[in-house]
Write a protein that binds this ligand. Structure first.
Ligand SMILES: NC(=O)c1ccc[n+]([C@@H]2O[C@H](COP(=O)([O-])OP(=O)(O)OC[C@H]3O[C@@H](n4cnc5c(N)ncnc54)[C@H](OP(=O)(O)O)[C@@H]3O)[C@@H](O)[C@H]2O)c1
Length: 226
């Protein structure tokens, strides 16, 4: 049984991850921005009211972890937003909001969680293939692409700093998943369900070692370009 912190767990992919981990016998702490209602009957432990852009809220999350005296085996940061934009009509305030959530969010949360990580913990950050520099062949989505490219850099940097201490770090792409996030996403894709994405992401975390730390992986196992 592992102690696993999942952040951004109100709904979507993170919710499916929490339920699957709990069902297989891990001890899950689901960190939610809103209420913790989705977990009232599942037996999943929760910390509610944590907006990853709010330093005080994240400090409260850390206090809660300290109070529990749990040593975390995994920290999985999943919280994120997608705002669509168009060149010529970019909303720079919204771009800042996406940067705060998608880029600074994982850094703030993981930094705050460090004192509560086990010596050989693993860290996963769900970013997006849309944030890959090497894979960008279509343009658009400035705020999301830039904020997720930043999240990839945060993750690679964390790998350099944390792997020295025995903690393995991976950036993860969940696939194209049918959630609220993608309901207005342009184009036709074969969306997978959150449960399938969760299964793949958990498998990637299971197989993560210090030897494979510092990579960007699709939930299906493919290694992606930064
Ligand atoms: N769906 C896809 O195809 C896809 C593809 C590539 C990458 N991703 C990434 O996968 C992650 C999960 O996406 P999803 O599809 O599951 O989206 P979702 O269903 O919209 O869920 C997003 C989650 O993030 C939480 N969140 C948003 N802003 C937050 C904040 N400031 N503080 C704390 N939590 C916050 C939301 O909480 P509330 O419910 O309270 O708003 C929600 O639980 C995101 O990082 C996304 O960029 C998704």
């Amino acid at each position: 049984m592992k102690n696993i912190l999942v952040v951004g767990a109100d709904r979507g992919i993170a919710n499916a991850i929490c339920l699957q981990l709990q069902a297989r016998g891990d001890h899950v702490i689901a960190v939610c921005m809103g209420t913790t209602e989705p977990y009232t009957e599942g037996g999943v432990e929760t910390i509610g009211g944590i907006d990853v852009t709010d330093a005080k809220a994240v400090a409260r999350m850390a206090q809660e972890l300290g109070r529990r005296k749990t040593k975390l085996d995994w920290v999985l940061h999943v919280a994120g937003v997608l705002g669509l934009d168009e060149l010529g009509k970019i909303d720079y305030d919204d771009m800042r909001r996406q940067f705060e959530i998608n880029t600074l969010g994982p850094l703030r949360v993981i930094e705050a969680s460090m004192p509560y990580m086990a010596a050989n913990a693993k860290v996963g950050v769900v970013t997006s293939r849309v944030g890959s520099l090497g894979d960008n062949s279509s343009g658009q989505m400035y705020a999301y692409r830039v904020s997720k490219a930043g999240a990839n850099m945060v993750t690679l940097n964390l790998h350099h700093d944390l792997s020295k201490r025995g903690i393995a770090v991976v950036a993860l792409h969940p696939g194209m998943v049918a959630t609220d996030l993608t309901k207005d996403y342009p184009g036709n894709f074969n969306y997978i369900q959150p449960q399938d994405a969760a299964k793949g992401l958990i498998a990637r975390m299971d197989e993560l070692t210090l030897a494979t730390s510092g990579q960007f992986r699709h939930a299906n196992g493919d290694q992606l370009m930064w």
